[in-house]
Each structure stands twice: as structure tokens, then as C-alpha cells.
Design a protein around this ligand. Structure first.
Ligand code: PMV
Length: 315
């Protein structure tokens, strides 16, 4: 029996990715169909400080002290020990599992971090607040993703829809009516860091044009928020299409994502766009709930390696 288990959901960015790095607003929602799970087991036979990490999906079973200091989990333990001001952890075994695809724009790294921080801090008797979990996860994201906006750690830690502007307190988004998304994985692994740095290079070369594109995306985020708060769900569809078009211009789409977006629209989705860093990863389609299965099937026929249907509920 695990002594302590914690989970964290995946997430999608509904609108506003990339522009959010440049202080424009974005909206993100949790995806509970996929999740990261961390279980901490006490090891009563080992001396204090003996920590074993198991992550079967990546074939990892190792003693923490034998892992490279640059490893994400090692850094997480270091950060947590500093936060809790504890010299060492009791002997324990941390098992990490996740159903969130890796490097696919669904927040797998942040979710693993949130689940581990929650489980470990509770295990040592000092459960961290959601604020601190989010802040520590942000620090992790900085190490591995360069210049993250902070949207991933926030939506995953709070597990609620958020309206997010970098360096400002985030706002919980009051969704008036449920809405349904089909998520489709291109199967192409993509690096958020390189997508973000590609946009940065192009922004440096064409600053005025890119600032204007970011402003257009910001306007989409503001209009999407109004639609969701007023329960005018169908009107969000064209906003997603428009956002996808702007992301194409930013240079972060790819033929596979464009093909999936077209297939979703053809199958009756209200709108579709890539989500997250792009250059692969996942697409989201906003659908009328009775159409969800059809759209998911059309996406698989158009090459998606897997699909999920998720419903975002009013709080
Ligand atoms: O690829 P993801 O899901 O980690 O999303 C990244 C979102 C960006 O706006 C591209 C980057 C960021 O830090 O906000």
C-alpha cells in the first residue's frame, strides 16, 4: 500500500500560447482524462536519506544519489529539501507513473513535478500550499524549458480553467456552461523550448509584425474569455480557427497539425487549433458533444495516433 499518493492533471492551452510568453493573455484548462501520479512508500529497512526512484514507463529504477545532479527528479528533491529546510528525506521509494504523453503540449513535465511535490511534502508531514507547489514547479520549468510563461505550472497546480497573464496574479475563469474538446495527438514529439526559441528569433527579426500578431492573439483570448463566461460556446469555434491561423504565421504549425485541423472542421467541429508549443504535439477541436465521437474518429483517420474527449465543467 502506498503511504501517500498524489495526482495532477494534464492541460491544454485553449488560446494564447506563444503570445503569452510576450505578456499577452492566454486561457488554459485542465485535462483530467490524463494524469501524472506520484506514490511515496516508506522504506522501514533502509537508513534515512536512502531514496529510490521508480518510473517504469522510462525504465528508471535508481537510487537518488546515483542519478546525475542535473536530472529533473534530483533537482526537484533538492528544491523541496531547501523549501522545507530538511537536511535529508526519510528512507523512501517514489514511484512515478503518467498517462500524459511526453513532449506533446499536454504539460507532462509540470504534472509530474506537481504530483511529486504534493506527495513528497505530504509524506514528510509538511504539505505545501498550491501556491508553493506552483512556484516550485515554475522553477523546474525554467531549468528545462528556458523562458516559460508560467501558465503550465499554474493551470496544473490549481486544476481549474485559468485566464493567465505573465507576471500578474492569474484569474480563475468562470465558465458558464460545460464545453467539450476533442484532443488529437499527431504522434510527433516536439520541444517547447525550440518552438519558443524559433518564435523569439523571428520576433527579433520582425519585431513590429510579431508584436502585431501577438496583439491579435491577445484579442482572441479576451473574446474567448467573454464567450466562455457568458456560455456562448459555439462562438469560440471561429476564435480557435483564427488563433490556429495566427500560430501558422508565427511558424509553429506543421503539415500534420494543419491536416488534423482541416479534418476536424470537415467532420463538424466548431473550430480547431494546435495547442501548446506546436511543431507536432496535439491539436484541440471544440465540438458539439453529440459530434465528439465522429470528430475523434475523423481525426484518427486523418493520422492522429490517439484522441481524447474531455469536458470542461463550470466550477
Ligand atoms: O508545449 P506546452 O504545453 O508546454 O506549452 C507551451 C506554451 C508556450 O506558450 C508555447 C510556452 C509558455 O511557456 O507559455
Amino acid at each position: 500500500m502506498p503511504a501517500i499518493t498524489a495526482t495532477a492533471p494534464g492541460k491544454v492551452i485553449l488560446v494564447g500560447e506563444h503570445a503569452v510568453v510576450y505578456a499577452r493573455p492566454a486561457i488554459a484548462v485542465p485535462v483530467t482524462q490524463v494524469q501524472a501520479k506520484a506514490s511515496v512508500f516508506a522504506d522501514l529497512h533502509a537508513p534515512p536519506g536512502e531514496v529510490w526512484i521508480e518510473a517504469p514507463a522510462i525504465g528508471l529504477k535508481a537510487r537518488l544519489t546515483q542519478m546525475p545532479p542535473s536530472n529533473a527528479i534530483v533537482r526537484l528533491f533538492d528544491a523541496l529539501a531547501a523549501e522545507l529546510v530538511i537536511p535529508r528525506f526519510p528512507a523512501l521509494r517514489l514511484k512515478i507513473t503518467s498517462t500524459i504523453p511526453i513532449a506533446a503540449g499536454l504539460g507532462s513535465g509540470a504534472a509530474v513535478s506537481v504530483a511529486c511535490l504534493r506527495a513528497l511534502s505530504a509524506f514528510v508531514g509538511h504539505p505545501l500550499s498550491t501556491d508553493r507547489i506552483s512556484a516550485l514547479t515554475f522553477e523546474q520549468e525554467k531549468i528545462f524549458h528556458g523562458t516559460p510563461s508560467g501558465i503550465d505550472n499554474t493551470v496544473i497546480s490549481y486544476a481549474q480553467p485559468i485566464y493567465f497573464v505573465r507576471d500578474q496574479p492569474f484569474e480563475l475563469l468562470r465558465v458558464a456552461l460545460p464545453f467539450t474538446l476533442v484532443i488529437a495527438d499527431t504522434g510527433i514529439k516536439s520541444s517547447t523550448a525550440s518552438a519558443v526559441s524559433g518564435v523569439r528569433q523571428r520576433w527579433q527579426q520582425h519585431t513590429a509584425t510579431f508584436e502585431d500578431l501577438f496583439d491579435q492573439i491577445a484579442e482572441i483570448a479576451r473574446r474567448t474569455r467573454i464567450c466562455l463566461e457568458n456560455g456562448v460556446i459555439q462562438d469560440v469555434g471561429p476564435l480557435l480557427d483564427e488563433n490556429h491561423h495566427l500560430l501558422q504565421i508565427l511558424g509553429v504549425s506543421c503539415p500534420e497539425l494543419d491536416r488534423l485541423a482541416a479534418a476536424a472542421r470537415q467532420a463538424g467541429a466548431w473550430g480547431a487549433k494546435l495547442c501548446g508549443g506546436g511543431l507536432g504535439g496535439n491539436l484541440i477541436a471544440l465540438v458539439d458533444p453529440p459530434q465528439a465521437e465522429n470528430v475523434a474518429a475523423a481525426l484518427r483517420s486523418a493520422g492522429a495516433v490517439r484522441t481524447w474527449i474531455t469536458q470542461i465543467q463550470p466550477q
